[in-house]
Design a protein around this ligand. Sequence first.
Ligand SMILES: [Zn+2]
Length: 312
Amino acid sequence: MLKLARLSQQYKDDYVAARNAKFDEVEAEANFDVAATKLPWAQPFIDHLRANRDTLYGGTPSELETQIGIIEAHPDFQKFAAYCNPRPRGKAKNKKMEALCALVERLFNYGKLSKKAGPTGAYGLVKAHRQRICPYCQMHHVNYHMTDKSLKMRPPLDHFYPKSVYPYLAISLYNLIPSCEQCNSRIKLAKNPLLDRLAHPFNDTPALAFATSWKSLTITNRISSPADFSFSFDGVCPESKKMVKFFKLNKRYEWYNFELLDLVNRYNKFMDMAPSLMKSVDRVAYLTGFSEADAAKRAIGLFLLDVAKTIK
Ligand SMILES: [Zn+2]
């Protein structure tokens, strides 16, 4: 997990203000009919969401988890939480609950936010983060472009707390993680990271760090193709170990064996240097091609950094 920097207080205030204005607008719509759900606790639930909306829209990860806890502990609201986890499909659907889900989804409407181009819409949010690399895998760039109509793109925003389970967190500022398509749509899906106690990229958790071990490699100068070596790695702390397992990083990183071969080739060149020249070269920076301080800003940078530090 790469650690992401939180946004400025000004950005958060603007984001929350925009969402609150939309909340008021939606709630005032003629067809926003809470009584139609026929659930006696539906209005108190909507009132609860309104009373806590500043936190639901702009809260830190731990504040969001506190909100989840409050709803799941409430004698009535916990029925909504249980219904959404997992939300039934087909004939198992409950009309009253579905009606309430629809209202909550209108108040916390990710579909609309995802298309918004303004500063507090999904595009503006990604731009504000200035994130280059997927924080979950550190393998892929998460390109953002908004130059003109011919080039408008942004990475997926992963719901760290799945919106299917927590629809009231569907547009929470710190529940929207710029990530790569593979991590968002192929690996994480609606899996609930709370069950695995995965580290949250916006929390004060240790950054992702790898410890690489060569499964078959003895003499580096005999390596001429990826077939000549294999490797595996693990996290160096419990949080990193969970990330490696959850996002299947070991298997996915095998794809980068050519980049690893490039590093081995640079290592062999380094070892061939005259001793006087070798002394003047920063070994790790020579092998990786970037300075250690920039490792988290380069695709697979932390992995290459560990290899560069430990290769012999
Ligand atoms: Zn990723």
